[in-house]
Design a protein around this ligand. Structure first.
Ligand code: ARG
Length: 463
């Protein structure tokens, strides 16, 4: 049996069953019950402190709100579809428990500022959790970078073998990307951490409320200044999902490399059985499903971003019910980003890189061709000429099905008399990385420096 809606004063007919079902958001926004109650408690304490309610009234309401929280958590009170949303459900329960006094809670407030408050509180704590997961993944990557320090692998551009790099360098690139993700999350959090409550429906309220007090109680850095802005924008949700989208972009790239690297063709990584699955028909198969799912789930978050942008596009001020549709993209982005961060970290911890395979591939190729060109440059040739000569050497090798390592000095002299016996040293993959001098390069010296810096940073970081 549906309740008579709390707003039904001017209505002669109840909301049609199908309309209630269509418009109810409780299946999703019930996740906000903690935030909703925390916001209501801060609000009612302020109503008491400003004598809008008596101290005794405020106390009674606060006690009942705490009880409702316990009732929800113990399953005694269920947030079900007969309610329009979490805000009305809790208020209705309050009135049911303490009578008409419960109706005083909503003084000087509206669901429009209430929902914005709940979301800001929710995102603030979701960001805290996401940040912990980002840091955890950074730590795993750093751990692997330390563990495999010294391992060389082909570095790629266009997915074509380019130059030898240190595996640690490759892994630390992701640590840097995740660092910016963390910064974006923190930026987003700093901007959304303002109290919208007190905007009431859109124009503010004629009650002498104390917004600063509520802001302080809920640990906000001040209030949203303009009441119409406070209830009509969801830019903080959009910004948050945009930050999640970039996290997912980075995770999808790690995931893609895990998929690629675990193929027979690459054979660079062994993902533990616990994070792979078998085929129901092909007994030999071991599939990197978790990594594929991370790649696939990235679509949910990007979709949520477009969803949110589209909901908000061209909406006239101030609140519009369209905005209720923000719940799904918001919750979906939080859940997906958190799950994917956690699974990638676990999957990486339980993976092993195949150092032997990586280094083998370095020998059987032309990855140090740039080094030969640079060698000639050191002997005085302009780089373009050196590049052309080296290109010819590579073609010579390809035609004879051989690699740089198989060349002898006599052959090299056919291409340039500048080659001396020390050129063979230059062609060695480990020499290639050791010769790098620019800061931020893949030289062991620089990679070690990155490892030391990240160890220091991540050691003291909480999370
Ligand atoms: N469930 C609504 C939402 O999430 C709460 C605000 C509703 N306000 C209103 N005036 N109908 O947007």
């Amino acid at each position: 049996m549906a309740h008579r809606a709390l707003w039904s004063g001017r209505f002669t007919e109840p909301l049609a069953e199908i309309a209630l079902k269509f418009s109810s958001s409780i299946e999703l926004d019930k996740q906000l019950y903690r935030e909703d109650i925390a916001g209501s408690i801060a609000h009612v304490e302020m109503l008491g402190a400003t004598h809008i309610l008596t101290a005794a009234e405020a106390r009674k309401i606060r006690t009942a709100l705490n009880q409702i929280q316990r009732e929800i958590e113990t399953g005694k009170f269920r947030l079900t579809e007969e309610h329009e949303d979490v805000h009305l459900a809790i208020e209705q329960r309050l009135i049911h428990k303490i009578g008409p006094l419960g109706g005083k809670l909503h003084t000087g407030r509206s669901r429009n500022d209430q929902v914005a408050l709940d979301e800001r509180l929710y995102l603030r704590s979701a960001i805290r959790d996401i940040n912990k997961l980002i840091i955890q993944l950074q730590r795993v990557l750093l751990y692997k970078a330390e563990k495999y320090f010294g391992t060389l692998m082909p570095g790629y551009t266009h997915l074509q073998r380019a130059q030898p790099v240190m595996l640690s360098h490759h892994l630390l690139a992701y640590v840097s990307m995740l660092e910016r993700d963390l910064e974006r999350m923190n930026d987003c959090c700093a901007r959304l951490n303002k109290l919208p409550l007190g905007a009431a429906a859109l124009a503010g309220t004629s009650f002498p409320i104390d917004r600063a007090r509520v802001a302080k109680k809920l640990h906000f850095d001040g209030v949203v200044e303009n009441s119409m802005d406070a209830v009509s924008d969801r830019d903080y949700v959009i910004e948050f999902i945009a930050a999640c989208s970039l996290v997912m972009t980075h995770l999808s790239r790690i995931a893609e490399e895990m998929v690629l690297w675990s193929t027979k063709e690459f054979g660079f990584i062994h993902i533990s059985d616990a994070y792979t699955t078998g085929s129901s028909i092909m007994p030999q198969k071991k599939n990197p499903d978790m990594a594929e799912l991370v790649r696939g789930k990235t679509g949910r978050v990007y979709g949520s971003l477009v969803n949110m942008l589209t909901i908000m596009k061209a909406l006239p001020l101030a609140y519009n019910r369209d905005m209720q549709e923000d719940k799904l993209p918001m919750f979906e982005s939080v859940a997906t980003t958190q799950q994917c961060l956690a699974i990638v970290a676990q999957m990486l911890v339980h993976s092993q890189f195949d150092r032997h395979r990586m280094e083998e591939e370095l020998r059987n190729d032309f990855l140090t061709a740039t080094e030969i060109a640079d060698y000639l440059v050191r002997k005085g040739l302009p780089f373009r000429e050196a590049h052309a000569i080296t290109g010819k050497i590579v073609t010579h090798c390809i035609e004879r099905r051989m690699y740089l390592g198989n060349l002898d000095l006599e052959t090299l002299h056919q291409f340039s008399k500048l080659f001396a016996p020390d050129v063979f040293d230059f062609m060695l993959p480990h020499r290639s990385v050791e010769q790098k001098m620019s800061s931020g390069s893949t030289s062991p010296h620089d990679v070690k420096r990155q490892i030391i810096r990240w160890s220091r940073v991540l050691k003291v970081r909480r999370g």
